[in-house]
Design a protein around this ligand. Sequence first.
Ligand code: ADP
Ligand code: AMP
Length: 214
Amino acid sequence: MDVVFIGPPGAGKGTQAQRLCAKLGVPQIATGDMLRAARKAGTELGRKADEFMKLGALVPDEVVIGLVEERVQEPDAAPGFVLDGFPRTVPQAEILDKILAKLGRAIAHVVLLEVPDALILERITGRRVGETTGRIYHLKYDPPPSPDRGEGGERLLLREDDREDVVRPRLVNYSALTAPLVAWYGNKGLLRRVDGVGAVDDVTQAIFRAIGAR
Ligand code: ADP
Ligand code: AMP
């Protein structure tokens, strides 16, 4: 089953994608994580992406599309995948359709996590991510054992682009560039709207119901 998550930054896409992947036994393909890994590895692609990420802008298509095209063809993605952070524009969605069609596959569900802007800033500024596991915490809503250590003692990282001055352009870009995907996938009959406000477990259950998973 090929599933896409869309929603504003901080809506809970990564949190819920990790849970759905564990449930379905398919990989999470998170373009933001892949770009951060490339940046950390110091590759040319990572350096290029960083110029845009630190400003809260989208990285150019030629940087991100190749990553997705390769990743969906890896053996672990044969039974399905959960895409989180891609597509982020209508042109990216058109390209994704072409990539999948060439492979004889198609998106089954697009889960839209709806969270009002008023909650986003608090979610993002409280976010901490485990350095080795990538486990997502929130200082208030999903607290780690201590503010700077996760389970197993791993260090917790604060994303550079989770600062308030970078969150604002990210939200503007979401409204201008990504939100049009709601109508676009709606017209294709693929959109599953899920209320992203509420306890993490309740949102997970709502997603399972929306895509017919048990
Ligand atoms: P996204 O991948 O959409 O940017 P994340 O999954 O990283 O969002 O979640 C952003 C922050 O909000 C994290 O700190 C996460 O722990 C927290 N969070 C996720 N879901 C909920 C929820 N239902 N209620 C409260 N906080 C949440
Ligand atoms: P995320 O982890 O999904 O919040 O993404 C972090 C940053 O990575 C974004 O603000 C963009 O700069 C970049 N990024 C991630 N996915 C994409 C994409 N599909 N297209 C363009 N830029 C992306």
